[in-house]
Design a protein around this ligand. Structure first.
Ligand SMILES: Nc1ncnc2c1ncn2[C@@H]1O[C@H](COP(=O)(O)OP(=O)(O)O)[C@@H](O)[C@H]1O
Ligand SMILES: [Mg+2]
Length: 345
């Protein structure tokens, strides 16, 4: 398995730079270079003609200089025209590149719009169903609990059946909740938060899952980092999902590493790496799709929701192979300072 480039070029970037857009100074325009070349050829001809002693005569008059001036200016004009053609071709190429980039962006926007329309419809449907299902689940759960309490202590089979019912109802409840959070676009209340505080909170909530499998947690490098602009509840939810996935695949006694660094470009990168089997390369493009799961009891919504939340923060989430084996999930979030400056601009 090879590692994946975690910083691929963004595909909708328009291939233009500030230098491309600035008007070029006159001495960099092809037309003047063409003109100068034509003039130089004309002057060289003049020098050669004078050197060889050639003469042009008309009606007995020496018109050598006039003829050479005519040729020279024809060369210069041809050079100028040639330069203008080159400039026009350069302009066409640039315009074609811009149009191609704009069409690509428009295509991506259309796809996003279609996706958000689908999500909005799914959201309404999910909310309606969730309401009904949740009510029914609540009633079934409390009925099962009541039954359990009324059972004689000796009836172990029936008690086990009741606890199965409540456990499965709790699982269904969490499926309904993840479906709801996927279908409803997240509403953010971003604030400046320290990455360390996000780690603290996520680890506190994941502690039980991690301890149950004796998983060691290693934290590195988040103390002196700039704060990120984030809705801490939502980002903690993302981290918790990643930790739950890690706890699921890491063998007993394995390891989870949390780390963070500033990328120097206004983003803070947060890594969650585990010593599990890693994500096979052919699945890396699919694990963020909604409903993609390889687990028997998985919903396939954890990473889809995580991506939705991170992208709503103008960040990104990617997966790669951890050096030495295992999965490495990397979340990039905007630095609080960079986000503030953008808001002011
Ligand atoms: N840490 C990990 N190591 C290996 N595979 C993972 C890891 N995290 C996620 N995956 C893969 O991604 C799939 C989707 O994950 P997720 O969206 O959280 O859904 P679920 O956990 O319900 O399966 C998982 O079924 C698993 O195949
Ligand atoms: Mg999951």
């Amino acid at each position: 398995m090879t590692s994946v480039d975690l910083n691929p070029p963004r595909d909708h970037d328009v291939p233009r730079t500030a230098a491309d857009d600035a008007p070029r100074p006159w001495w960099r325009l092809e037309r003047w270079w063409g003109f100068a070349t034509g003039l130089a050829v004309g002057l060289a001809d003049l020098a050669l003609t004078l050197l060889l002693g050639l003469r042009f005569e008309m009606n007995g008059l020496d018109v050598t200089l006039a003829a050479l001036a005519l040729y020279g200016s024809t060369f210069a004009a041809t050079g100028l025209l040639f330069g203008l053609v080159l400039e026009a071709r350069r302009r066409d190429r640039r315009a074609a590149a811009i149009i191609a980039a704009q069409m690509e962006t428009a295509g991506a926007t259309r796809a996003r719009l279609a996706q958000s329309e689908k999500l909005a419809a799914l959201g309404q449907l999910a909310a309606a169903i969730a309401h009904e299902v949740r009510n029914a689940l609540g009633i079934i759960r409390s009925a099962a609990q009541g039954l359990n309490e009324g059972l004689p202590a000796a009836d172990a089979d029936a008690q086990r059946a009741c606890s199965f019912i409540t456990a499965e109802i709790d699982r269904l409840g969490s499926v309904v909740s993840s479906l709801l959070s996927f279908a409803r676009p997240p509403r953010l209340t971003p604030r400046a938060v320290a990455v360390d505080a996000l780690f603290d909170q996520a680890l506190l909530l994941a502690r039980q899952d991690l301890d149950a499998k004796d998983i060691r947690v290693v934290r590195a490098g988040a103390a002196s980092l700039p704060e990120v602009s984030a809705d801490s509840d939502l980002i903690v939810q993302v981290l918790l999902g990643l930790l739950a996935n890690a706890a699921d695949v890491v063998p007993r006694g394995g390891e989870v590493r949390l780390g963070a660094r500033a990328d120097g470009d206004g983003l803070v990168e947060i890594d969650v790496a585990d010593s599990g089997p890693g994500v096979p390369e052919e699945l890396r493009g699919r694990i963020f799709e909604p409903f993609f799961t390889t687990r028997d009891k998985g919903t396939g919504l954890g990473l889809a929701v995580a991506r939705q939340i991170v992208e709503a923060h103008a960040g990104r989430i990617e997966v790669a192979e951890r050096p030495g084996g295992g999965a490495l999930f990397r979340i990039a979030l905007p630095e609080a300072r960079a986000a503030r400056m953008e808001a002011v601009a």
